[in-house]
Design a protein around this ligand. Structure first.
Ligand code: BES
Ligand code: MN
Ligand code: ZN
Length: 506
């Protein structure tokens, strides 16, 4: 999505559609007031006469407004002024851009940076606006013979009241557009069916990303032979029953002035389909297990955003990709496998496969001597029971890292919630026959899954994001959400800001 910033009087702006947010009390924000003055009090009268109710997310299209250069005017309800928090602001943005994405307009000029939202400044509001615009034009129609027409919207002009805010609006819009595009990359990878999006397909996507990056992204793919030679027996055990070979995908981005700066590492669970293996899942909604690579997809989306923004940090992105199927060669309950770290695992349930691919990827991360490691995984159904579909589960061996991620989630409005990783839970993983078991029973399933991973993350500050409840929507709106690309990208941008403080750079 292209964008520009304008500080001119909104009534004079040439555009296919002016977008103007309005509070329910009818007290107009600066941009709306200017339009109202120019248009014989059109907006004020619509509200006074009750022809437009500015309830949150309501929209009203006005085909033409006297005295206004824009070809159309779209009023967007913000609801009650004292309830205008981040969630309400995003809801109004989503309503506005859902409408715009259906109109025959290729550009729009929106006045959302006027809206008071907590302590947020112009940059944050510009960023949310472009993110919403990107998300709204997303379509997944690759497999439709007669798809609904694509959205026409290509360019958003941000109307900014104060010229001093123009630069901040531009910076924010740039980040919002990059995050929105990254979210859409993640949604597409998630939405692709398991017969297309295989471990090899993910590896090809990484290679294509590397090729298109002008040398900014170095890509390395480990095939099954390389993984065997390495000793990644746990990752390999998951794909044993599949005709699709497993892959470990490594993408390196060097943005820091010093190439030796310790990198931040992202690790994504890339189970391209999870049948449960020999511990076969029930049939209902099993199709949704094509989304079991959404952790990996969020890593790809974040790498895309990083390549667009180019922050001065070093990043290593690792994807552990496999397909979990039952067949004559598949791992069985009771089998004992040897991980890359050397620990042995008794596989009591082959459906707890995510932790088995991630543990070897975490061990692999040790070689980068990372500043931090964050893994992202659709790891446990228990995360949905605990947190539903709003908060991502966060567990960590480092409270500072946990806090950084929580804050990034608040800023990006892609929130996580901290769960305990207390020592007391670890004994649920005791095995009679191996160093540890791969399941810890029904109590606290999300926590014991993280306990399993923690055994492989003792060499660095590490956090785990369980996105089972947040990575996709079920039912009629079935589709990948693109979370937590916003959180992850913000986390990395905050690390760039930290580094600047340390070196005194601007
Ligand atoms: N991919 C699933 C987790 C999942 C299930 C995510 C449903 C979203 C919706 C994971 O591989 C899995 O099967 N986990 C098991 C673990 C159990 C066997 C300890 C689960 O959550 O049931
Ligand atoms: Mn599973
Ligand atoms: Zn799984």
């Amino acid at each position: 999505m292209e964008f520009t910033v304008q500080t001119a009087n909104p009534a004079k702006v040439e555009t296919a559609c002016l977008v103007v947010p309005v509070f329910k009390d009818g007290d107009l924000l600066p941009a709306a007031a200017k339009l109202d003055d120019a248009s014989e009090r059109l907006i004020g009268q619509l509200i006074e006469r009750g022809d437009f109710s500015a309830g949150l997310g309501n929209v009203q299209m006005i085909p033409f407004a006297p005295g206004v250069s824009g070809e159309r005017l779209l009023l967007v309800g913000l609801g009650e002024r004292d309830k205008c928090n981040e969630a309400a602001f995003r809801k109004a943005l989503d309503a506005a851009f859902a409408t715009l994405a259906k109109l025959p307009v290729s550009d729009a000029a929106a006045a959302f940076t006027d809206v008071p939202v907590g302590e947020h400044g112009c940059a944050w509001k510009a960023r949310m606006t472009l993110e919403a615009a990107e998300r709204a034009i997303y379509r997944f129609v690759e497999f439709k013979s007669d798809p609904a027409p694509a959205a026409k919207l290509e360019r958003v002009t941000l109307l900014v009241g104060d010229g001093q805010d123009a630069e901040a609006a531009k910076q924010g819009a740039r980040i919002g557009a990059a995050i929105g595009a990254g979210i859409n990359v993640t949604r597409t990878l998630g939405n692709l069916p398991g017969n297309v999006c295989t471990p090899r397909y993910l590896a090809e996507q990484a290679e294509a990303l590397g090729k298109g990056s002008d040398g900014a992204l170095e890509v390395e793919i480990l095939d099954e032979e390389a993984l065997e030679a390495l000793g990644a027996g746990s990752l390999l055990s998951v794909g044993r029953g599949s005709a699709e070979p497993s892959r470990l995908i490594v993408m390196k981005y060097q943005g820091a002035d010093n190439p030796d700066d310790a990198p931040h590492v992202l690790v994504g669970k890339g189970i391209t389909f999870d049948t449960g293996g020999i511990s076969l899942k029930a049939g209902e909604a099993m199709d949704e297990m094509k989304f079991d690579m959404c952790g990996a997809a969020s890593v790809f989306g974040t790498v895309n955003a990083v390549l667009a923004i180019r922050p001065k940090i070093n990043l290593v992105a690792i994807v552990a990709a496999a397909e979990n199927m039952p067949d004559g060669l598949a791992t069985k309950p009771g089998d004992i496998i040897k991980t890359l770290k050397g620990l042995t695992v008794e596989v009591l349930n082959t459906d707890a496969e995510g932790r088995l691919v991630l543990c070897d990827a975490l061990t692999y991360a040790e070689r980068f001597q990372p500043a931090s490691v964050v893994d992202i995984a659709t790891l446990t159904g228990a995360a949905i029971i605990a947190l539903g579909h709003h908060a991502t589960g966060l567990l960590s061996n480092d409270d500072d890292l946990a806090l950084d991620l929580l804050e990034a989630g608040e800023t990006a409005w892609d929130r996580a919630w901290h769960l305990p990783l207390w020592e007391e839970y670890q004994e649920q993983l005791d095995s009679n026959f191996a160093d540890l078991a791969n399941i810890g029973g029904r109590p606290a399933g999300t926590i014991t899954a993280a306990c399993f991973l923690s055994r492989f993350a003792d060499q660095f500050p590490w956090a785990h994001l369980d996105i089972a409840g947040t990575a996709w929507t079920s039912g009629k709106q079935k589709g990948a959400s693109g979370r937590p690309v916003g959180l992850l990208t913000q986390y990395l941008l905050d690390r760039e800001a930290d580094a600047e403080v340390e070196t005194g750079d601007e």
